[in-house]
Design a protein around this ligand. Structure first.
Ligand SMILES: *[C@@H]1O[C@H](CO)[C@@H](O)[C@H](O)[C@H]1NC(C)=O
Ligand SMILES: *[C@@H]1O[C@H](CO)[C@@H](O)[C@H](O)[C@H]1NC(C)=O
Ligand SMILES: *[C@@H]1O[C@H](CO)[C@@H](O)[C@H](O)[C@H]1NC(C)=O
Ligand SMILES: *[C@@H]1O[C@H](CO)[C@@H](O)[C@H](O)[C@H]1NC(C)=O
Ligand SMILES: *[C@@H]1O[C@H](CO)[C@@H](O)[C@H](O)[C@H]1NC(C)=O
Ligand SMILES: *[C@@H]1O[C@H](CO)[C@@H](O)[C@H](O)[C@H]1NC(C)=O
Ligand SMILES: *[C@@H]1O[C@H](CO)[C@@H](O)[C@H](O)[C@H]1NC(C)=O
Ligand SMILES: *[C@@H]1O[C@H](CO)[C@@H](O)[C@H](O)[C@H]1NC(C)=O
Ligand SMILES: *[C@@H]1O[C@H](CO)[C@@H](O)[C@H](O)[C@H]1NC(C)=O
Length: 890
C-alpha cells in the first residue's frame, strides 16, 4: 500500500485533468474536494482501500475518502460508533471494525452505508444491539459479532437491513435465540458457545425461508421439544448442529418440521438410547444422510430397532464413536441399504452378533477400532473397502476370516494381540492395498500367508515379535506391487536372504531396530537387497551392523535415503556406494567411525545434493584424519551438524570440535611412506649430483680458495712492509727456465726425455742430467709438505716457460685441466713467456682440451716418438725453444 500524502507529483494533476469528465459525473457533483489518505492510514493508489489497522485510533477518522471500498479500522481503540459515522461512504463494501473496544453502536451508526455487504465486529465489548443500530444497509449480507458480550438484540436492530444472509453470534452471552426481525434472506445462524438454555426459535424466523444452517453447539440446551424448531417450518434447514449441550430428552416430533434436514449433529449430549430412538422416529426428511451421535450416553446397549427408523431415507454416514455399546445386536443396522460409513470406534464393543451387520448393502468404511473385540466380527458386509480393527484385543486371524471381503482395500489390524497368523488368514484379499499389522505379537509368518496379496502396496509388520523369519524364500514374493514394507522393531536377527528379491516395486524398506548386523556381515553374496532397483529409502538403523560387505547396495540404483544410524560401522569398502548414484541423504550418525579416507568417500564425493550425517562418531583426530579434514573444506556434500562433530581421541583432542582439528596443530610426520621414500630418493640424487659436480671441479675450487687465501696473506704482508719494506723488482726472479706440467704416470718419461741432457740438476738416481737448463719437476723440486696448488703456482711464478707433457693420462686428470687453465691465463697475462706442448702419444683432436685446440690445429707443438732421429730432433727443438728470449725482450 502507498501513502497517498506522499504523492504530490504532476502525474496526479494530469490524471485528474484526463479523467475530469468522469469525476464530474461521479464524485464532483456530490463533493468537489478529491479525497486524500487520512492520517495515519495507508491507502492504495485509487483510494479504494484504506488501511488504518492498529493505529491506536480512538475515533473514526472524519476524512476517509469517498472512494473507499474496503476500510480497515480493526485493532484500534474505538469505543463507539456514533450515528451516521460513515454516512458519505457510499462505495464502501467491506468494513472491518474487529478487535476494538466498541461497547456502543448508536442508532443509525452505520446509516446510509448503502453498498456495504460485510461488517466485521468480532472481539468488541458490545452487550446489546439497540433498535436501528445496524439499520440502513440494504445490501448487508454478513455480520460477524463473535466474541462480544451480547445477551440481547432489539427486534428492530436490523431494521431496513433486510438482505442479511449470515450472522455469527458465537461466543456471546445469549441465553435464548434472539429475534432478528424481518430477514427473508437468512441462510445461516451461528450461535456456538453461548449460554442458551431455551433453544426455541422465535416466530420471526418463519419468514426466513432460505435458512439452511443452524449451529447451536456448545450451549446449555437441556431438551428439544416439539416447539423448538416449529418457527422453522417454512425454512429449508439442512444442517443442525447441537453438539456439546445438555440434551437428555428429545420429543418425538422435534425434527418433523425440518423436512429438508440432511445432517444432524447431536454429539456429546447425555442422550439415552430411547431418547435417540424417539428423536429419530419423528424425522421425516427423505434427504437425511448424516448423523453424528458421538459420545452420547447410550447406556451400554443399542436397541436394534433404532436405526431401522431411518430405513426409508438416503442415510449414508453414521458416526457414533465413543459411546458405550458392549454388544452389537442382531440386525442393528438392518435396512440401512445406503449407509456408506459406520463409525463404531471407541465404544467398548466386546462382541457382535453374527447378523449384526446384516442388511448393510453399501457399506464402504467400517470403523471398529479401539474397542474390546477379541475376534474379528464375522459376516461383515462384502462391500467394505476399508476396515479398521486396530486397537482391539484380537489374538488370531483364523483361516479365511476375510475371505468374503473381496472389495477390501485397506485393512487395519495394528495394536492388537495377534500372535498367530494362518496360511489362509488373508485369503481372498486380492484387492487389498494396505495391510497394517503394526504392534502385534506376531512371531511366525506361515509359508503362504501373503500369497493372495498381489495388489498390496503397503505392509506394516513393525513392532511384532519376528525374531527369526522362517526359511521360506518366497514368503514375500507374491506381493509384487509392494511399495512400502516395514519390519522395523522386531528384534529380528534372521530373514531368509532372498526374501525381498522379487519385490521389484519396493520403494521404502524399514528394517530399523532389529539385529540384522550379523546376518548382513555373513551374507557373503549380499543377497538381502538384491533386485530392489526401485528402492528409494532404506532404514537399517540400530541393527548391530559392523560390516557392510561391498556388493550389499549394488542393485539399489534408485536409492535416495539411507539410514544406518546407531550401528557399529567403522568403515566400508571403497566400492560400496558405486551404484547408488541418486543418494541425497545418508545417515551414518552414532556409529564407530574414527577415520575416513579417500576410498570411503570416493563415490559419495561426486553426489552434489548429498546430506551426510556423521554426528556422534568417535573421530580420531590424528594424522590419519587429515585427509578427511581437508575433504570437509572442499566437498560439495553437506555434512549435517558438522559443527557438533567431536574428536574422541587422542586424549588431548578428546571432546573438542572436529572443526577445530587442524593439521598444523598436531604433531605428526606429514608424510606417507611413499612421500618419505620419494623425498629420500630425491635428496640422494641431489647430493650425488652436487658431489659429482664438486668433485669434478675440485681443483678449480681449491685454486679459488687458495688464491683468495694468498691475496689475503699478501695484503697483510704489504701492510706490514709499507713502513721501510723491501719491494720486489720484476724480471730478476726467474729461477727456472721451464716448469714441466705432467702427470704422475709420465714421471719416468719426463726424466728420460726432458731432464736427461737438458736439465742441470740430478735425475732420480742422483746422477747429473748434464744439460744447461734449470727445469722445475714437481716430484723433485716441490717443497715437501706444500699444497699441490700452492707449489704449482709458486713454481710457475718463477719459471720463464711451461712444458706441457700432453699424454692420454694428462688429458683425463682434472687437476691438469685446471693447471692448463692457469698456464693459459698466465701466458695471456704475460706472466710466463711461452708454453711448449709436447705431444707424447697420438691423440685425437676431440680428446684434447678445448683451450689447446688452436695450438694443436696449427701443429704448434713438439712431437715425440720412440725413434732415435725423432728424439734427437725433439731435443734440439726443445733447447731452441728454451733458449728463446723473453717476449718483452724481443
Ligand atoms: C458528509 O457530506 C456532507 C455534505 O458533503 C458533509 O456536510 C458531512 O460533514 C459529511 N459527513 C461526514 C461524516 O464526513
Ligand atoms: C441518508 O440517505 C437518505 C436517502 O438516500 C437521505 O435522504 C439522507 O439525507 C441521508 N442522511 C444523511 C445523514 O446523509
Ligand atoms: C455464509 O454462511 C454460509 C453457510 O454457513 C457459508 O458457506 C458462507 O461462506 C457464509 N458467507 C459469508 C460471506 O461468510
Ligand atoms: C423459549 O423461547 C421462546 C421463543 O423465544 C418463548 O416463546 C418461550 O416462552 C421460551 N421458553 C421458556 C421456558 O422460556
Ligand atoms: C432385533 O433383535 C431381535 C432379537 O435380538 C430380533 O428378533 C428382531 O427382529 C430385531 N429387530 C430388527 C428390526 O431387526
Ligand atoms: C465424552 O465427552 C465428555 C465431555 O466432553 C468427555 O469428558 C469424555 O471423555 C468423552 N468420552 C469419550 C469416550 O470420548
Ligand atoms: C462368508 O460368507 C459365507 C456365506 O455368506 C458365510 O457363511 C461365512 O460365514 C462368511 N465368512 C465370514 C468369515 O464372514
Ligand atoms: C551384535 O552382534 C554380535 C555378533 O556380531 C553379538 O555378539 C551381539 O550380542 C549383538 N548385540 C546385540 C545388542 O544384539
Ligand atoms: C543427524 O544425526 C543426529 C544423531 O543421530 C540426529 O539427532 C539428527 O537429527 C540427524 N540430523 C538429520 C538432519 O538427520
Amino acid at each position: 500500500m502507498i501513502n497517498m500524502r506522499s504523492i504530490r507529483t504532476p502525474t496526479k494533476q494530469i490524471m485528474i485533468v484526463l479523467f475530469f469528465p468522469v469525476l464530474v459525473s461521479s464524485t464532483f457533483l456530490s463533493d468537489p474536494s478529491p479525497g486524500v489518505c487520512p492520517e495515519p492510514c495507508f491507502c492504495n493508489k485509487m483510494l479504494t482501500s484504506v488501511n488504518c489497522q492498529g493505529k491506536k485510533l480512538t475515533d473514526i477518522p472524519s476524512d476517509i475518502p469517498r472512494s473507499v471500498e474496503k476500510l480497515y479500522l480493526n485493532y484500534n481503540d474505538l469505543t463507539s460508533v456514533p450515528a451516521f459515522s460513515f454516512q458519505n461512504l457510499t462505495n464502501l463494501q467491506l468494513l472491518y471494525l474487529d478487535h476494538n473496544k466498541i461497547s456502543n453502536i448508536q442508532p443509525w451508526g452505520f446509516g446510509n452505508l448503502s453498498n456495504v455487504v460485510y461488517i466485521d465486529l468480532r472481539s468488541n465489548l458490545l452487550t446489546s444491539l439497540v433498535a436501528n443500530s445496524l439499520s440502513g444497509m440494504p445490501r448487508l449480507e454478513s455480520v460477524y459479532l463473535t466474541t462480544n458480550r451480547l445477551d440481547t438484540i432489539d427486534g428492530q436492530a436490523f431494521y431496513d437491513s433486510n438482505n442479511l444472509r449470515n450472522i455469527s453470534l458465537s461466543a456471546n452471552k445469549f441465553s435464548f435465540i434472539p429475534s432478528l426481525g424481518y430477514q427473508p434472506k437468512f441462510k445461516s445462524l451461528v450461535m456456538e458457545g453461548n449460554y442458551i438454555t431455551n433453544g426455541t426459535f422465535p416466530e420471526s424466523f418463519s419468514i426466513s425461508s432460505q435458512l439452511t444452517d443452524i449451529i447451536l453447539s456448545n450451549n446449555k440446551i437441556k431438551r428439544l421439544t416439539k416447539s423448538t424448531f416449529v418457527a422453522l417450518r417454512n425454512t429449508g434447514v439442512t444442517k443442525v448442529e447441537i453438539s456439546r449441550n445438555a440434551i437428555s430428552d428429545i420429543a418425538e416430533d422435534t425434527f418433523s418440521v425440518l423436512t429438508s434436514l440432511r445432517s444432524l449433529k447431536l454429539a456429546v449430549n447425555p442422550l439415552s438410547g430411547p431418547a435417540l430412538e424417539r428423536a429419530l422416529s419423528g424425522l421425516k426428511s427423505k434427504d437425511f444422510t448424516y448423523l453424528n451421535i458421538e459420545n452420547i450416553s447410550l447406556g451400554g446397549y443399542l436397541p436394534n430397532s433404532t436405526f431401522h427408523l431411518l430405513r426409508n431415507t438416503s442415510f449414508k454416514y453414521l458416526i457414533m464413536s465413543n459411546n458405550v455399546i458392549r454388544n452389537i445386536p442382531d440386525r442393528a443396522f438392518a435396512d440401512l441399504e445406503n449407509l456408506l460409513t459406520l463409525d463404531l470406534s471407541g465404544c467398548g464393543i466386546m462382541t457382535s452378533e453374527n447378523t449384526a451387520f446384516q442388511g448393510l448393502k453399501s457399506l464402504d468404511i467400517l470403523f471398529m477400532n479401539d474397542n474390546l473385540l477379541i475376534d474379528v466380527p464375522i459376516n461383515l458386509p462384502s462391500t467394505l473397502r476399508k476396515l479398521y480393527l486396530n486397537g482391539n484385543r484380537i489374538a488370531s486371524l483364523p483361516e479365511r476370516i476375510f475371505a468374503n471381503l473381496t472389495q477390501l482395500q485397506e485393512l487395519y489390524l495394528g495394536d492388537n494381540s495377534i500372535h498367530e497368523l494362518m496360511e489362509g488368514s488373508f485369503t481372498g484379499l486380492a484387492g487389498l492395498s494396505k495391510l497394517h499389522l503394526v504392534a502385534n505379537k506376531i512371531a511366525t509368518l506361515p509359508k503362504m500367508v501373503f500369497s493372495s496379496l498381489i495388489r498390496l502396496i503397503s505392509l506394516e509388520l513393525n513392532k511384532n515379535n519376528l525374531k527369526h523369519v522362517q526359511d521360506a524364500d518366497d514368503l514375500f514374493s507374491p506381493m509384487v506391487s509392494l511399495i512400502y514394507l516395514n519390519i522395523a522393531d522386531n528384534y529380528c536377527s534372521y530373514i531368509p536372504l532372498h526374501s525381498f528379491n522379487k519385490l521389484a516395486s519396493l520403494q521404502y524398506l524399514h528394517l530399523e531396530n532389529n539385529n540384522l548386523g550379523p546376518l548382513i556381515a555373513n551374507d557373503g553374496t549380499s543377497s538381502l537387497l538384491l533386485g530392489l532397483q526401485q528402492l528409494y529409502e532404506l532404514y537399517l538403523d540400530n541393527n548391530n551392523i559392523t560390516d557392510l560387505p561391498e556388493p550389499l547396495f549394488r542393485d539399489l540404483v534408485s536409492l535416495k535415503n539411507l539410514s544406518l544410524r546407531n550401528n557399529k560401522i567403522s568403515g566400508w569398502d571403497s566400492s560400496l556406494f558405486r551404484t547408488t548414484v541418486h543418494l541425497t541423504g545418508v545417515d551414518l550418525s552414532m556409529n564407530l567411525i574414527a577415520i575416513l579416507r579417500d576410498q570411503n568417500l570416493n563415490d559419495l564425493s561426486g553426489l552434489d545434493s548429498l546430506n551426510l550425517n556423521l554426528t556422534g562418531n568417535p573421530f580420531a583426530c590424528t594424522c590419519d584424519l587429515r585427509w578427511f579434514r581437508d575433504w570437509i573444506k572442499t566437498t560439495k556434500v553437506k555434512l549435517i551438524n558438522i559443527d557438533r562433530y567431536t574428536c574422541n581421541s587422542p586424549k588431548e583432542w578428546s571432546e573438542k570440535p572436529l572443526l577445530t582439528f587442524d593439521k598444523a596443530k598436531i604433531n605428526c610426520d606429514f608424510f606417507t611412506w611413499y612421500e618419505i621414500l620419494a623425498a629420500a630418493l630425491g635428496s640422494f640424487f641431489v647430493v650425488t649430483i652436487v658431489s659429482f659436480a664438486l668433485y669434478r671441479n675440485r681443483w678449480r675450487i681449491w685454486l679459488r680458495l687458495y688464491l683468495i687465501q694468498r691475496s689475503f696473506r699478501r695484503t697483510r704482508m704489504a701492510l706490514r712492509d709499507r713502513h721501510g719494506g723491501y719491494e720486489q723488482v720484476p724480471g730478476d726472479d726467474r729461477k727456472y727456465h721451464a716448469y714441466i706440467s705432467y702427470t704422475d704416470e709420465d714421471y719416468h718419461w719426463v726424466i728420460e726425455n726432458i731432464l736427461k741432457g737438458i736439465d742441470t740438476g740430478l735425475d732420480n738416481n742422483e746422477q747429473k742430467c748434464g744439460g744447461r737448463f734449470n727445469l722445475y719437476m714437481k716430484h723433485r723440486d716441490s717443497i715437501p709438505g706444500e699444497y699441490e696448488i700452492s707449489s704449482m703456482l709458486n713454481a710457475m711464478e718463477v719459471s720463464r716457460h711451461v712444458i706441457i707433457v700432453l699424454s692420454k693420462s694428462y688429458i683425463e686428470e682434472k687437476f691438469h685441466e685446471m693447471e692448463l687453465e692457469v698456464i693459459l691465463k698466465k701466458y695471456a697475462e704475460r706472466e710466463i713467456d711461452s708454453y711448449i706442448v709436447v705431444k707424447v702419444s697420438p691423440l685425437e683432436a676431440k680428446h684434447v682440451p678445448k683451450c689447446l685446440h688452436q695450438t694443436m690445429k696449427h701443429e704448434d707443438y713438439l712431437e715425440w716418438k720412440d725413434d732415435e732421429i725423432v728424439k734427437t730432433a725433439f731435443r734440439t727443438r726443445l733447447e731452441v725453444h728454451l733458449d728463446k728470449k723473453a717476449r718483452y725482450e724481443d
